[in-house]
Every structure is written in structure tokens, then in C-alpha cells.
Ligand binder design. Structure first.
Ligand code: UGY
Ligand code: MN
Length: 249
């Protein structure tokens, strides 16, 4: 079915809104039984990739070219790393530093958000050991953003000087909103998980809903307000804890 060229998707120099009716699937090297929607990549100016991996039962990911973060959207995945098996249920996640090999196999038809980022080492040798981290979002305590109980943040990545990106979920009660328009050096990859609302990106305002993906370039003005009768929730990536001048910092 076609829609006479209509879509909510929009690409501007400082942001991308990509809605499911514009998703194109692609295979990637090493993965079997998996199709990928590559939402954002260095080809667009981003310094990371974010994809949705759609697994058939038994499908496997290929080796990671960089640090890898996985958040399971639906289904069940088995992660094997350092000789240990972990089963991820929806809301389960894993951070895998660059280097130690791992395997990811779908125990059922599954969908996962996959974020990959080349590691930016600190100039000093200190504090550079990164730990594998496997967890479940439901067991992470949430904190209100800037004291607003209607906007709760869960940090899924370990924090510390060695880690160069963060992945959080943000849950907005109906009517909750960011308390300010943010403009910052970090870029974002954002997957809407539940509900919807209005996203301001640059000088544009977009209705957004579960299933949509957004990339925000560094300094893209951004604001979100949740609409509707159910909470709105998104998964959000940002680069973190690195000097903008890179190895000079
Ligand atoms: O962490 C963040 O910068 C977050 N508050 N940004 C956003 O939700 N657009
Ligand atoms: Mn932000």
C-alpha cells in the first residue's frame, strides 16, 4: 500500500525522525537469520550506529565492530560471553566492551535495539577497564529528572570515567515534559518505546509515537512533551564523559 508520498519521517541537517513506514531492512555481515533497520550511522554524521535487529528464531548476530549495547524489545535472546550464558527477556539489556568475543542467539522470534560505538580511550592509561554488564530495566531504580516526579530516568549503562556513552530510559506521565529546551554538545539516538507526544527538534515540531526513531545531532535544540492517557517512554543514547577535542582533552 502506498501513501502518495506522505510520511511523518523528516531528515534535516541536525536531526532525523524515522517512522516505521520508511524502515528498509538490510542484512549485515556475520549475522544469520537477522534483518537490520539501520536507523543512524556515520554516513549521516553520527559517531555511532543504532539499529533495530529483527531476529527469526535461532538467528544470530555477527561479531561487534565496536562496543555494543543491546536492549531487548520483544522475544528472548541468549547471550554467551566469557563462557557464561545469560537469557535476556524484554527490557533486558547488555553492554559488551570492544574486544571480548560474544555470541547472541534468538531463542524465539525477537526484536532488539543495538547500539555500537567505537571506544574513545582516555588520554591517560588510568581507569580504562570496562566491565561487561547484563541487567534488566525493571530492576533499575529510577530517579526524577530535575526533581520532576512525573519524569523518571533509568540509567542502563554503568557510569564512571572509562565509559564513553550512556543509555537511559525516560518515562513521562501523561502531560509531563522536559522542563527546558535542551541544546548540548552530545548527540542522541532515541527509540520511542511506549505512548507518544510532541518532539521539538530544531525549529520543527513533530507528533511522535511508539516505534519511531530520532537522531539528534550535537547542539540540536530538543524538547518533548507527553500526550495521551498512557505514559510515554523512550530509550535514549548519548555520548558521554569525553572532551569535545578528543584525545587533546
Ligand atoms: O539526557 C538528555 O540529554 C535528555 N534529557 N535529552 C532528551 O530527552 N532529549
Ligand atoms: Mn538531551
Amino acid at each position: 500500500m502506498h501513501h502518495l508520498g506522505l510520511t511523518r519521517s523528516s531528515l534535516k541537517p541536525d536531526h532525523l525522525l524515522q517512522t516505521p513506514n520508511t524502515f528498509i531492512r538490510t542484512p549485515l555481515p556475520g549475522a544469520e537469520g537477522v534483518e537490520f533497520v539501520v536507523h543512524v550511522a556515520p554516513q549521516l554524521g553520527a559517531r555511532f550506529t543504532q539499529m533495530t535487529a529483527e531476529f527469526a528464531a535461532g538467528g544470530t548476530l555477527g561479531p561487534a565492530p565496536a562496543q555494543r549495547f543491546i536492549y531487548l524489545l520483544e522475544g528472548a535472546l541468549q547471550l554467551t560471553v566469557n563462557g557464561k550464558d545469560h537469557t535476556l527477556a524484554p527490557g533486558g539489556f547488555a553492554f559488551l566492551p570492544q574486544g571480548p568475543p560474544h555470541t547472541v542467539r534468538a531463542l524465539a522470534s525477537s526484536r532488539a535495539a543495538v547500539i555500537e560505538k567505537p571506544y574513545e580511550p582516555l588520554p591517560s592509561e588510568a581507569n580504562q577497564s570496562l566491565s561487561i554488564c547484563v541487567g534488566a530495566e525493571a530492576s533499575i531504580a529510577s530517579t526524577p529528572l530535575m526533581g520532576d516526579d512525573a519524569l523518571q530516568v533509568r540509567s542502563l549503562m554503568p557510569d564512571g570515567p572509562a565509559y564513553d556513552f550512556a543509555v537511559n530510559t525516560m518515562t513521562y506521565q501523561p502531560g509531563a515534559a522536559l522542563s527546558m529546551v535542551e541544546i548540548h554538545v552530545m548527540e542522541h539516538g532515541l527509540l520511542m518505546l511506549e505512548g507518544g507526544g510532541i518532539y521539538k527538534l530544531g525549529d520543527s515540531w513533530y507528533p511522535v509515537q511508539a516505534g519511531d526513531f530520532i537522531w539528534m545531532a550535537p547542539y540540536c535544540p530538543q524538547w518533548f512533551g507527553a500526550l495521551g492517557k498512557q505514559p510515554a517512554k523512550y530509550l535514549i543514547y548519548k555520548d558521554w564523559r569525553r572532551h569535545p577535542l578528543g584525545s587533546w582533552g
